[in-house]
Ligand binder design. Structure first.
Ligand SMILES: [Zn+2]
Length: 488
């Protein structure tokens, strides 16, 4: 239900992203100020810009001048090689005010206690956002070919060299409770995610947190030029950027809202239907599972190959597909199917389970024969995509309820609830929807509950079905084939 709100945007955004790549190269290097040697161009405060070795810029309305002197070191791990650490590139910049007080400072692409990526100079903070080209094992980069992406932020007036900043307004920071909640979601993703889905931790975990005033971009590799860097947040282990709000405050969705990267766009707990900390964190992980789905190679072509859009370019077909929800015989089919699924799921008796499983599968086959091929593909797609996202929500909450220990900061939040409780809530939500949800009323939401239930059924037969999930897409019923129909 959650993503479905925004799924329609995906194809539209994808096409604009593609256009963006073709036309602009799409990096955050706003204002292509590639100055020819000798001509000094002016860049703007709070806007990322690019600078080639040897070039210099002034900052519009300011007396600051910055020159890219040289790359002192480039030990970054080549893109096509596996390294023990990411390596570092050190960029030396020369700063001056009115051509006086020249000072050379080094900024690094790697961040550690000894390597910094930003420096203060006369009340300005200069941040190294990136350095291109990225090394390849078989190519040497000529010294003058380097292009740094930089950002200049004005801090308080007066010399603050070497001092930490901290001059942002309170509303331009992620609040403490949001930081604790997000950090918990990141931690669960990191420590438990791969136990459920192979390589889940390799999927992007970019988040756009929507507050009444602002949007905060976290763990995002390509912030667009309208974002301003606030700081590096050690708790979130990420640079944090903000911009004025553009999205609804109650959103729970995942789509490529910034830089073509599938990003979780989520309001603060109190402004969403989730209301409190633990369900909100579990929802973030539901959305993070969508990031895993969308970042699979071949995902978008496979969606196109379903051929269900009927000429719709906006992606709205995912919500509005004309499935025959209102047909009386369809309602009967789904009523029966849901009942049989709940019956199979709730059976604890080993001897009874195979019979209940067969009864469910027979009814599912009957439904398959009743549906038109297009309707069947739509039903299957929603089961696969949203159904398994709901299933994942339950499973990850259940995992977090096990040996995982939530951080102290999270456990001491006023509205903290144990993950075991939230797992039970998700489960009863699924069962309730199966038993009482009316097809003509709840429409595709009914498919989500069926998909979640089917994932749980597959677990009971053979948990290894998940290894086929991304390889053999969009038809959960295929995963029953070749599996033993017993509760081993
Ligand atoms: Zn979803």
């Amino acid at each position: 239900m959650i993503c479905a709100l925004m799924c329609p945007l995906i194809s539209r955004l994808i096409s604009s992203v593609i256009t963006c790549f073709v036309l602009l190269g799409c990096l955050g290097a706003a204002g292509g100020n590639g100055n020819a040697a000798g001509i000094m161009q002016a860049v703007r405060l709070n806007r990322p810009f690019s600078l080639r070795t040897g070039q210099q810029v002034t900052v519009k309305g300011e007396k600051l001048r910055i020159k890219f002197e040289a790359v002192e070191e480039d030990s970054r791990c080549p893109a096509n090689v596996t390294c023990v650490w990411a390596g570092n590139a050190a960029v030396r910049l020369e700063f001056s005010i009115n051509h006086r007080d020249r000072k050379s400072l080094t900024l690094n692409t790697a961040k550690s206690t000894t390597l910094v990526g930003e420096r203060q100079y006369h009340g300005y903070k200069v941040v190294l956002l990136g350095l291109n080209p990225y090394p390849q094992s078989n190519q040497k980069i000529a010294p003058h070919d380097y292009v740094a992406t930089l950002l200049v932020i004005k801090e308080r007036a007066g010399p603050t060299d070497g001092l930490p900043s901290g001059t942002t307004h309170p509303e331009q920071r992620v609040s403490e409770i949001d930081r604790v909640r997000l950090a918990e979601a990141f931690r669960i993703g990191q420590t438990l995610g791969n136990r459920l889905w192979p390589d889940w931790n390799k999927a992007p975990f970019a988040v756009l947190l929507v507050t009444p005033e602002n949007e905060f971009l976290i763990r995002h590799a390509k912030p667009s030029a309208d974002f301003t860097l606030i700081n590096y947040d050690p708790l979130l282990q990420s640079k944090v950027y903000y911009r004025a709000r553009t999205q609804p405050q109650n959103l729970l969705a995942t789509f490529p809202v910034v830089g073509g990267i599938p990003t979780i766009v989520i309001g603060q707990a109190k402004n969403t239907t989730k209301k409190t900390s633990t369900p909100w964190v579990v929802t973030v992980l539901h959305e993070h599972f969508h990031q895993l789905q969308y970042s699979q190679p071949g995902y978008y072509p496979a969606v196109d190959a379903l051929a269900l859009s009927r000429g719709d370019q906006s992606g709205m077909w995912m919500l509005n597909y004309p499935f025959p929800y209102d047909w009386p015989e369809m309602k009967d089919h789904f009523y029966l199917l849901s009942g049989l699924l709940v019956d199979a799921l709730q059976t604890r008796n080993k001897d009874e389970f195979p019979g209940k499983l067969s009864a469910y599968r027979r009814q599912r086959d009957e439904l398959g024969k009743t549906l038109s091929p297009d309707d069947y593909r739509y039903f299957s797609f929603q089961m696969w995509q949203e159904g398994i996202a709901r299933y994942t929500e339950y499973r990850i909450a259940k995992l977090a309820a096990g040996r995982y220990k939530p951080s102290k900061a999270f456990r001491t939040l006023k509205d903290y609830k144990p993950f075991a409780e939230v797992a039970e809530q998700v489960m009863s939500g699924i069962v309730n929807e199966l038993i009482t949800g009316q097809l003509d009323d709840h429409k595709r939401v009914k498919f989500y509950a069926l998909g979640a239930g089917e994932g749980l059924l597959l677990d009971r037969i053979n948990p290894r079905w998940r290894q086929r999930y991304f390889i053999d897409k969009f038809y959960l019923d295929k995963y029953f084939d070749g599996l033993k129909g017993s509760n081993s």
